[in-house]
Design a protein around this ligand. Structure first.
Ligand SMILES: *Cc1c(COP(=O)(O)O)cnc(C)c1O
Length: 232
């Protein structure tokens, strides 16, 4: 192990402890899933996390994710695509990943569904919601989310799982706590309305405890596990 990877087992253990105590404080009955966000991290960092017991990984860039999945080729791992989705990348996402979390428009739902139909297991989907308004460009408007969820249900190749958001940071004039609370309210409303949702994906290295306090069932953590991302 190099210096870059030697801290990973300890950091992973510390993250599990912080996640579990935040979950207990929040009273969340289901386990909170930790996605290890390995974007721009070398393969050896992913391998070190796997050796330490981590099974769920998140990648933003399709080509990088496709290559890592193929090189590691471990059927026990679960790969989440968590970045913005271009329509010409839907086929690659549907063939290499287990989840797509950046889904925010119907054209993408159609394309992912068509591309995944050939496979035996559906692609799990989270709708990305823009809960920060003007301060953020990615994600569907909250009032469009119910229709997008229904469009996912219409695709046999897709399985609707939940909602995802990346609140605008405080440094950009955002209010992450307000946005986490807003996403939770939307999630509960859709569930109460009968949509089969089991995943609320929110919170990153700097704010995952606040997200769990607001009801997150999945957090996406990169730098707090792997250290700073290499540039490039
Ligand atoms: C990069 C990224 C993360 C992880 O960010 P950290 O601050 O390194 O934890 C989480 N979610 C998404 C969508 C990302 O792009």
């Amino acid at each position: 192990m190099t210096d870059h990877t030697s801290a990973i087992p300890e950091r992973l253990q510390a993250l599990h402890e912080r996640i579990e105590s935040a979950r207990l404080r929040a009273g969340t009955p289901q386990p909170v899933t930790l996605i290890a966000v390995s974007k721009r991290q070398p393969l050896e960092a992913v391998r070190a996390a796997v050796a330490a017991g981590q099974r769920v990984f998140g990648e933003n860039y399709v080509q990088e994710g496709v290559e890592k999945c193929a090189q590691i080729a471990d059927p026990d791992l679960c790969w989440h695509h968590i970045g913005p989705i271009q329509s010409n990348k839907c086929r690659d996402i549907a063939s290499a990943f287990d989840w797509a979390q950046g889904v925010d428009r119907s054209r993408i739902i159609q394309r992912l569904g068509a591309a995944r139909q050939a496979q035996s297991t559906p692609l799990s989907v989270c709708i990305q919601v823009n809960v920060s308004g003007e301060a953020s460009k990615s994600g569907a408007a909250p009032e469009a989310v119910e229709g997008l969820c229904t469009a996912v249900l219409d695709q046999p190749g897709l399985q609707l799982r939940g909602l995802m958001a990346i609140p605008a940071p405080r440094t950009a004039g955002g209010d992450p706590e307000r946005d986490f609370a807003a996403l939770r309210v939307l999630y509960e409303r859709l569930r109460d309305g009968g949509l089969p949702l089991d995943t609320l994906s929110m919170g990153m290295s700097d704010d995952f405890e606040a997200a769990i306090a607001a009801g997150a069932t999945m957090v996406r953590v990169g730098s707090a596990l792997f250290g700073p991302r290499p540039q490039g």
